[in-house]
Ligand binder design. Sequence first.
Ligand code: BGC
Length: 247
Amino acid sequence: MQIFGVDIGGSGIKGAPVDLDRGDLTQERHKVLTPHPATPDAVVEGVREVVEHFGWTGPVGATFPGVITDGTARTAANVDKSWIGTDIRKLVSDRLGGVPVTVLNDADAAGVAEMHFGAGQGRTGTVLMLTLGTGIGSALFTGGRLVPNTELGHLELHGHDAEKKASSKAREDEDLSWEHWARRVQKYLAHVEMLFSPELFIIGGGVSRKAHKFLPLIEGIEAEIVPAQLQNNAGIVGAAMGAAGEA
Ligand code: BGC
């Protein structure tokens, strides 16, 4: 079965049809830049462009970088605040001529894809996927099932919102060495481990491609720590899985 997945992010809107049996894209993904200001109307126009690029007219799964309940955005930490309260499911569906649309938090979608097709396959204990990007996203699993909208990037650490210090963006903005940033990530993981005692941390986000530069520097964490395997396509695959009712 195929479903279209689209990943709405702060810098790009990316999508492709997804083969749900293989957990992979059936065609090369198409990306448009996220418009600025990233208002709901402008972004949804970008989603339409990506979907129409493939001539797709079937069901669509989408991700969004904030809390999502009932297809509606409840927070918008790193995107335009006008998203809060927006019924994304309806907005996207209306723009695409009424097709069924499902919306998941971006990290939850990436986590669902990793659990089925990537680093979390077959893991039944507590698994935490953390995406280190513009912010920090989290997806919590136990028995392979997602607890949606965990928002662990906003834990307070030494008086700061954790994602402001340990995200990939913080490393870039503050020009931190890998060693310096890895110490921050380590403190963050230790804090999360103290709260949840996961058996496995899956580290995602674009920076997971450079996992060899920082994961070996992280010490003193009991849980196994592995990079995500699906990398940049996890959100698209997970979005499609959500639309298929597999999240
Ligand atoms: C948002 C989360 C999101 C994460 C990654 C955080 O700031 O609150 O909902 O998953 O960024 O995009």
